[in-house]
Structures are given as structure tokens and as C-alpha cells.
Design a protein around this ligand. Structure first.
Ligand code: NAD
Length: 269
């Protein structure tokens, strides 16, 4: 099935649903009239209407109007909502859950036996179409459903498929990793302020430095160690700064942060 023909529903109208909707609509591959979003409050729905999507307060209406359904509500609401919509889910539907910590086994248990389920873990930069998304297919989702999801979500950022056991590591590396990068950016800017630069300027330059370094890393396809080594003139400024970071244990601290966040995701799952 062509992405332009797929009818897409969102249960939940929060930030994640909006980021994904914006990505799939801005690409032009999906028609706004083929998207239906449901949420109990009208407050959350206005911005989806501005994108041209249909909106409703009825989750079952969103399911009936769609073939691909994104479940984008807080994890604790998932069981009640799936019980509500389950009688309307048929073998024609594909259910994609973004709820953190809700396993494929739980989703399949709450839905009718023939349901096709995928679990997707996005991260916040989906809001600006630069997300890092990892999905896993449930027991009845085939490669076709995986390929469709990959094509549809392509405009939201990097989309990869992997076993469900990687989802918690992805949460630690990329979901929480966004906050680790913000901490680094804040520290870069603070360093600039310490050395006499005005704070607002230091923040703008730190943000651009993180963005530029990230784009170069992604677009060059080179290993970060190669790019880092290119910046190091023998006896120059960068190698002096890198030595200070190594003495501060940055590398071990970041690896430890990903490990701690992954372990926490496992505990919460
Ligand atoms: P959010 O609080 O912004 O949005 C939740 C939405 O659910 C709201 O629009 C709310 O009106 C709606 N809702 C509440 N009760 C409902 C009901 N009974 N029926 C239908 N809709 C209902 O949350 P979010 O940040 O968009 O997160 C949504 C899901 O995405 C969560 O499960 C979260 O774990 C997951 N997630 C979020 C992020 C992130 O960075 N925000 C990253 C990965 C995964």
C-alpha cells in the first residue's frame, strides 16, 4: 500500500503525536485528510486541525477511520484505552504503540488475537524532524508492515528496526541521551561565560556547535574518533581541552549515564 493511501489514526494528541504528525504531513507523502486524531480535551486538538487533520473526542471513531493507529498516550492509560478500542480493532489494522515501557506482549494481550502490533520508541527531536526512532515488530507484524512504518516515519528522522530487547538501550542512548547532550551544551556555554563571553551569545554558539558537530558526524558517516582527531593540531588548543575532559572522566560518565538510564527503563518496563 502507498503511504499516500494509508489512513492514519492517533490516540492521544500530545507532543509525541504532534511531532510524528508534523513529520508525516510535512513530507507531503500523506494527505492531511487521511489523518484522524483523538483526545478527550479540545485544547490539544487545535494544532492538529491547523495541519489539516480530522479530530475527534472518540478513540473508537479514530480507530474506525484508520488502518494504521498510533497509540500515543501516557503508559499508565494504555490498558484502559486498549480495552476500550479492542472491539473495533480488526485484522486490517496495524497498531503502533509509542508508550514507554509497555511491552509487545502486553499490547498483544490487550488486543484481539489477530492484531498486528509494533512498538516504536521515538525521541523528542521528532518535533523538528530530527528524531532517532527504533521500532520492533510484534509476533504478527510482517516485513511489509515494518517497511510501511519506516517509509511513513522517514520524514521524522532516522528510523531503525531492531529486536524489542534493544528498545530500553535506545531509550537510554537516545531518549534520555537528548538530555545528556543538553547538559553538555549547557556546560560548553558556561565555559564560554567563565572565559568572559556574554551568556546569551555563549548559549547560541553552544547550540550551533552541538548542531554542527552532529550534522557533520551524521552526514560524513565517519567515526567520531576520526573527526575528533582531524580537529587536533599537535600541541594545539583542542588536544589540551580533550586532555581536560579525559581527566574529568567524561567518557566513563557518559557510558555510565546510558547504562543507568537503560537499567531504569528496564525497571520501569
Ligand atoms: P503528552 O502528555 O504530551 O500527551 C498525551 C496525550 O494523551 C494528551 O493529548 C492527552 O489529551 C491524551 N489523552 C489522555 N487521556 C486520553 C484518552 N483516554 N484517550 C485519548 N487520549 C488521551 O505525552 P507525550 O509526551 O506525547 O507522550 C505520549 C507517549 O509517548 C507516552 O507513552 C510516552 O511514554 C511516549 N514517548 C514520549 C517521548 C517524549 O519525548 N515525549 C519519547 C518516547 C516515548
Amino acid at each position: 500500500m502507498e503511504p499516500s493511501e494509508v489512513k492514519i489514526g492517533f490516540i492521544g494528541a500530545g507532543n509525541m503525536a504532534f511531532g510524528i504528525t508534523k513529520g508525516i504531513l510535512l513530507s507531503g507523502g500523506v494527505l492531511p485528510r487521511n489523518v484522524t486524531v483523538s483526545a478527550p480535551s479540545s485544547n490539544n486538538l487545535g494544532r492538529f486541525q491547523e495541519l489539516g487533520a480530522a479530530v475527534t473526542h472518540s478513540n473508537t471513531e479514530a480507530v474506525a477511520a484508520s488502518r494504521l493507529i498510533f497509540l500515543a498516550v501516557k503508559p499508565h492509560l494504555v490498558p484502559a484505552i486498549l480495552r476500550e478500542v479492542a472491539p473495533h480493532v480488526t485484522r486490517e489494522h496495524v497498531v503502533v504503540s509509542v508508550a514507554a515501557g509497555v511491552t509487545i506482549a502486553t499490547l498483544e494481550e490487550l488486543l484481539p488475537p489477530e492484531s498486528v502490533v509494533l512498538r516504536l520508541m521515538p525521541n523528542l527531536p521528532c518535533m523538528v524532524q530530527e528524531g532517532a526512532l527504533l521500532f520492533s515488530r510484534g509476533s504478527r507484524a510482517g516485513p511489509g508492515e515494518g517497511a510501511l512504518l519506516k517509509t511513513l516515519l522517514g520524514p521524522c528522522g532516522l528510523v531503525e528496526e531492531g529486536p524489542e530487547s534493544w528498545i530500553d538501550a535506545h531509550t537510554g542512548l537516545s531518549g534520555s541521551g537528548v538530555a545528556f547532550v543538553y547538559l553538555f551544551a549547557e556546560a560548553l556555554a558556561d565555559g564560554g561565560v567563565k572565559m568572559g563571553m556574554p551568556s546569551a551569545l555563549a548559549q547560541r554558539i553552544a547550540a550551533q556547535t552541538v548542531l554542527g558537530a552532529g550534522r557533520l558526524l551524521r552526514d560524513s558517516g565517519r567515526h567520531p574518533a576520526q573527526l575528533r582527531s582531524d580537529v587536533c593540531t599537535p600541541g594545539g588548543t583542542t588536544i589540551y581541552g580533550l586532555h581536560a575532559l579525559e581527566l574529568g572522566g567524561l567518557r566513563a560518565a557518559v557510558m555510565g549515564a546510558v547504562e543507568a538510564a537503560t537499567e531504569r527503563a528496564r525497571e520501569l518496563g
